[in-house]
Structure formats: C-alpha cells, structure tokens
Design a binder for this molecule. Sequence first.
Ligand code: G16
Length: 614
Amino acid sequence: MISLHPQVLSPNDDTSPSEVLRLLEKYPPRLPRYAYGTAGFRYDATVMDAVLVRVAVFCAWWYPQLQAGNGTAPETIGIMVTASHNDESYNGVKLVAPNGEILADPIVQGQLTDWVNSDSTESNQAGSKHPIRVWIEQQSTNTKSPPTCIIHIGHDTRSHSPSLTELAVKTIRALGGQVIHHGVATTPLLHHAVFHQNPQRVPSMIPIRPDAVGYYQLLSWSYLALLQTAAAQDSNSNTTKRLVVDCACGVGYPSVKLFQSTLQGVISPTCPAAPTEFYCINGPTHGPLNENCGSEHVQKSMAAPQWYRDESNSDALPWEYCAAVDGDADRIVFFHKNSHEFFLLDGDKITVLICEFLQAQVAALKQACQEQQQQGGNINNSMGQLTLGAVQTAYANGASTKYLKNILGSDNVLIAKTGVQHVHHAAKSFDIGVYFEANGHGTVVFGPQFYSYIAQAEALFMAAESPRPLSLQRLRVLPALINQAVGDAVSDLLLVDAILHIKGWDLKAWNQLYSDMPSRMSKLKVTDRNVVKTNENDTICLAPENVQEELNAAMKEWNGRCFVRASGTEDVVRVYAEAETRDAADQLSAKAEYIVHTLCGGVGDPPKFPASRM
Ligand code: G16
C-alpha cells in the first residue's frame, strides 16, 4: 500500500494561472481564521480544501526563494496531508523544509498563515491584492521546462486525504510545478525523501536513499548492523521475542510490514536474522483510525489498545513486549500488560534509555581512542569532546528530568516549547541531541562535530590496522538507523529494540530505571482556546489574568507541578499535573481543570473539585 517508488507528475502542458485563480475561488476559506498550530494547519476535514489549495500555491511561490542559484542541485520541499493522532474527522497539513525537517521558521509560518487567511480570490477590503495573488497573475501560461518547482507530496490513510492531496497536486501542476507523489506514506518517510532529495544536506556517513525502498533498506541494514554488535558482545540468548506493534489502524501498519519484507530481503548467511519478530495489529481497514488504539490512546489512557481484528480474543496476544504508534507513524510508545499490571514506557523513558546507551558508547569510544593513541605514542587532543544532551517539554515527568540531569548534568537537559519544531531545533545545540516528547515524538540528531569525531576515530583505528571497537561500530551506524529529519516510529522501534537486545533487557528492566511521579493529563473545551497564552516553554500561563496565580496556589497546596496550554492540534485546553502521590496529582489536576473552566471560558458544567477519581 505504501508506494515503493514515488510517481513523478510533470507540470501541466499549459500552465494556467487562471486555473489556479479558479481553484482559489472555488475553495474559499471556510473559517473566520485558520491558525498555524503545533504541527501546521489541522481542522475538521470539511474546511481543509481551502488550506490545501493555498498551501500548494504558497509552496510554488516559496520554492524559487529557497534555491541558492549557484549551480547546486535545486532544493525540494514537501507537503504531508495528515492529522496524525487526531480522529478520522480531522485532516491537516505538515510542511517539510529543504533540510527535511518540519517547517520551523516563524517568519515563513506567518507569511503562510497570512496568505491562507487572505481574501485571495480578489482585492481585499482596502482594494489591494495580496502579493501572492499578484504573483499568480504574473505567471506565464507557457509550458514550463524546467518545472517552476519540485514538491514532494504524501498523505495518510484517512478517507479524505487522497482528494485533499489531489487539490494540492492540481494547483502545483497548474503553476508549472513538478509533483513527486508518494501516495500513502508515513510522515517520516516524506521527511526522509525530501532530506535525501537534497543530497548536499545529507552527511556523507549516511548513504543517500530518497525513496521508500531505499529508506527501508537503510533501516534494515543499519538495524542488523547494530544487532550484530550485540552478537559480537555475546550478551544475549538466541531466543526470538515477539514485539506486538499496535498501528492505530493507520499507515504504520503497511510501513512496518514493508520494513519486515525488506529486512527478509537483506538477511544473508553472513548477516543473521533479527532476534525480534514484529507482529502488527490494527491496520488501516481493521478499525477506526486512532480510536481506542495507537500511541495517543495508550499514552493518555494508560491502557492497552483495542485489537480490532479479534476483539473477543485480545487476551490471546502476548502483551509483554508491545509498542503503539500514531496515525502517521511519527511517534511511538512502548507498554507491557499482564493480568495484574500495565506499565507504559513513554517518550521520557525512551529518552533515558537512549541517553544512557549513547553516554556509555561515547565514554567507551573516548577511552578506546586514548588507548589506541597511547599505543601508537601519538596523543592527539584535536578530536575534541562530544556534548550529549536531552530535550524534553513541560509534559516530561519530573522523575525523568531529574534522572537525566543526574546522568547528563543539569546544563545538558533542556525544556523546550511543545512541538517537534521546537524540540528538534533545541536538540541541534548538542553534538548528540536526544529529544522525545512524552507522547513519543522524537529522534536523535547528530551535529558536525559528531561526524568529524567518528571520522577521526575511524582513521585512527584504520591507520593502526586495529579492529574497530564496538562503541565505534555502534555510533557509526546510528545516523543511518535514526531518522535525522524527524522522529519515525519505525526507526525508533528498531533503535529501542536493538538497545534492549544489546543490554539483554526486557521492558521490566528498562522500566525500573526510575519510577514516574504520579501524573494526570486532561483536556477541556473552552469557548476560545486562543485566550490561553503561555511563556516560551509552556510552563507559565500569561493570559487570562489570574490563571497562573491560582495555579501557583494550587501547586503549593498539593506540593506538585501543573501547567495549562492551548492545544495546537485539537480544539481544547490541555492540563498537566504531577505530584508525589496519586491522590495529590489527581487533586491538583482537578483544581487546575476547575481554574481553566472558570477563568478561560469553560464550556458546560465545571469539573468537580475536589477530585472524586481514584
Ligand atoms: C503534534 C505535534 C507534536 C505535539 C502534538 C500535540 O503531534 O507534532 O509535537 O506534541 O501534536 O500537540 P498539542 O498539544 O498542541 O495538541 P501529531 O502526532 O499529532 O502530529
């Protein structure tokens, strides 16, 4: 179902600005105002047609401005049609910048939002035309060669995604642009394709693989290469484990399946089979997208997903080693369930696992390099050091932040604003930056000093004709296994599975690294969520007046931490609370919900306080 190779759609024979103006007129904005949210525009699917046409025009207009024009290959960008974790009624659009990352430039986001909301069909009330409309009118009607722009497009499995995607495709082709159409794709696959289509952006340690075939081959090779370092260490038994992957009834299902078939194809006598069997449940036709299943459900409800194929027999599944991904497969959480317990390993636990692993590898490599240099009588300090840091958001459980600060040092643990665009950016301040939101969005990014360090270490061992230490073999392969553009549930799944295998751990051992503080996440409907304004990392509510004062008093009373913020993907205000005991966390959460309801225009009856949940 995922296209192995994208379809290249040429510009229309005759480019037609008038066709674009017709599309703008046919699909006028259907809301008083569309806001650029946490990950782009996301609304009820019935109001998204206007957004798709305008986003497509914007990309065609923006594209020439991104080209260096000095003979380097043109840089592409991407449009992903998805509403990710939201229910089937929503749709949305995420934009991929030339570096393959989610669009994070606030100026460009502002220009796009202004254009999407402009009365772009004609002169506005003041009688002037939007500059982008003027630009459309100036486009020539001649056949374009080369294309005016090259834009990657993909979509998730929602019923309305193909028709919304088609609007963007039509618009781009009418403007003389070429579309690289990925059809059904995961969000990270589209990011990967854009990143690898701009090869000057890809570090030389990562083989360039711009399509799905190449991507899943890259994941397969690097996953097996990392696993082989465990075999070399001989720390594990040869038994095969089954990892159940709940795919949210979305595109994660064909994605993991494609990975599995690719993996089978690359296994050879010299390259042993993986010790894990991936067992996918909840594919696109099995049940409603993200409903009682997927990572959002598992993380927020702290419960195993419904198994749509065989509801009556869900106990038949071994729920010992499980993961859940979301509707566009860019986030993942792990969980374990048996007759007497359920526990969740969320983005915080993933951060800790990866940071500990990386820290150990970096320390081992440093020592191995020093020993090698001493043997060669050539002490060379020019390799420098590698900084390793973690980035979390305000939703990170306090226990995880404390643990990370203990192992990495306080300065190497940052709290950024909610949203991949913010955490990804902050992670790039380290040579090795690990970021995960608690909801499972995350990856590891490697900076230039990392690549230089690894290259120098390789040269050192090669010159001495010494075998490369395991730490070097592991670090060397990670940038290919880990999606450098954006978090990918499949890539993260493989990384975590390989680390657990290397350590010889099961989920229980991993979970015991630290104990989460009791916490609660909830959401409330209010008349207008945009009245709620927060500071740069969402920890302080700046408006409406008195909300923060009231929250401060509640935090003092229950000796805990809480914050509130407007969601950028759903029409709700989110509330997070944590405290030393379950009861205190529940009480604090109930109080914070009550504060939001009374001071931020809550809809319906106020939440009950004191809390009656246990
Ligand atoms: C999106 C963003 C995430 C964010 C999540 C919830 O996830 O990409 O960074 O954590 O929304 O955001 P909010 O709390 O503003 O609703 P996804 O998986 O839905 O794309």
